[in-house]
Write a protein that binds this ligand. Structure first.
Ligand code: BV8
Length: 221
């Protein structure tokens, strides 16, 4: 049984990380155009670096929840037949024990040097313009896929979707592409697990509503 699971901000909500579009979402706190586009970074790099520094600090204060842990158990059962594709830039899947995780939109724990093009594991703030550990240039940016940039490893994701038996979408509003189109690319049957019906709920064979910490363990176990 080949399974592809797509996760969004909703799977990390019960761990205490803000989602993007709920009432107190990140986008309410920060104008999306201000913080998640290459143009915004070119215009005000310090603001964008601070935005991600804040989120990196918030991540260090939270832990995986039962939904992340259930997906780690699923990987123990399915092994290479499971791929988790996450839109999230947090590391909660990995901290719950998942190893087969594809970060479509990058990772808070990584910094990208625009001089040497190397990526480095990163825990510290970027707003104080630290030197690249590799080349020494002060050219580190968040290793995040911004709007208008190409998501990571689309070839890997497309192949997994085209050959899967089951596609499950967890905790995403289904408004950002190309992830929102994955339900149409999946070969097998499709299931949505979300607090409320996403904008693409009607495209799924089955859509269940409720908190991920309840729905995901119930589905996995
Ligand atoms: C690309 C950065 C080309 C990291 C993000 C016009 C029409 C269609 C498309 C476009 C268009 N104009 C431009 C585009 C393309 C654009 C796009 O889709 N724009 C949208 C806004 C219309 N996309 C891009 O630019 C992408 N690149 O297209 O390149 C290409 C493509 C393919 C191949 C080659 C070239 C790049 C998109 C990446 C942008 N970066 N994040 C960061 O700052 O964190 S997007 C950001 O929002 C997140 O990463 C996430 O992916 C995305 C969606 O957020 P969600 O995860 O869904 O979170 P949200 O708050 O929205 O929803 C949470 C859900 O959880 C809710 O439904 C809620 O009910 C639920 N929930 C809440 N609590 C719980 C819960 N569920 C369960 N349990 C709970 N407890």
């Amino acid at each position: 049984m080949r399974v592809v699971v797509l996760t969004g901000a909703g799977i990390s909500a019960e761990s205490g990380l803000a989602t993007f579009r709920d009432s107190n979402g990140l986008w309410e706190g920060h104008d999306p155009i201000q913080v998640a586009t290459p143009e915004a970074y070119a215009d005000d790099p310090a603001l964008v670096q601070r935005f991600y520094d804040e989120r990196r600090a918030a991540l260090s204060r939270v832990a995986p929840n039962a939904a992340h842990e259930a997906l780690a158990r699923l990987e123990q059962a399915l092994g290479d037949d499971l791929l988790v594709v996450t839109q999230n830039v947090d590391d909660l899947h990995e901290r719950a024990g998942s190893t087969r995780v594809h970060h479509l939109h990058g990772r808070l724990g990584s910094a990208w040097c625009t001089t040497c093009d190397e990526r480095h594991s990163w825990a510290g703030p970027l707003a104080d313009r630290p030197p690249c550990p590799g080349c020494g240039a002060r050219a580190l940016r968040p290793d995040i896929v911004w709007f208008g940039e190409i998501p990571y490893g689309m070839d890997v994701v497309e192949h997994a979707l085209w050959s899967c038996d089951l596609f499950v979408s967890i905790g995403t509003s289904g408004v950002v592409y190309p992830a929102a189109a994955f339900v149409h690319w999946a070969r097998g049957t499709t299931l949505e697990l979300n607090l409320e019906p996403s904008s693409g709920a009607s495209d799924f064979v089955e859509s269940r509503q409720g908190p991920a910490s309840h729905l995901v363990p119930a589905w996995v176990d």
